[in-house]
Design a protein around this ligand. Sequence first.
Ligand code: PRP
Length: 206
Amino acid sequence: MAVHVVDHPLVRHKLGILREAGLSTSGFRNLALEISRLLTYEATKDLVTEPKTIKGWAGDVEVEMIKGKKITVVPILRAGLGMMDGVLDMVPGARVSVVGFYRDEETLQPVEYYVKLARNIDERIALILDPMLATGGTLLATIELLKKAGCTNIKGLFLVAAPEGIEKVVTAHPDVDIYTASIDEKLNEAGYILPGLGDAGDKIFG
Ligand code: PRP
């Protein structure tokens, strides 16, 4: 697995504003979408293109188009929905697979409550979307679910990630790539990322 920290100046700037305690719901939503577009740009860098001849204004012209492999985005309910439209702006042809987990506040274990995967998901690149990778339990459960469905090419996009969660996923699934705008410092005793974003789900849904 490779961990990619997307530290483009625009991402660093937008993430800085996203961390502000007093940010409005609409401000948080907009920035989450903007950062998600930029994460997608990085996460799709290895897509292969092939030449195609099209009719241009002055006759035939050879252009490049994405080859073969199709994408499904996998927002993890709820908070992952706050990234989805930003990612779909970049890959509008992607199918959507929805996975619902909430984290039990006492055990910190993920609890599954909804799964609806795209058709032919085993033929697609899966882009898991979640603003936060904390203990890693939710991501592990999602990866296991996708692998069981036949996915072989899985990437995860996060606004912020904790070292503890990254470590857990690296160990269990070395084939999965992680893209995050930041690797934060650590988790607190309650399993929240520091400095983190607070509760991204509550901030997005209000
Ligand atoms: C948050 C977050 C992740 C999960 C991360 O979701 O969006 O899904 O916690 O934690 P983990 O890495 O320790 O598993 P939450 O349970 O708050 O649900 P929500 O998205 O419905 O708000």
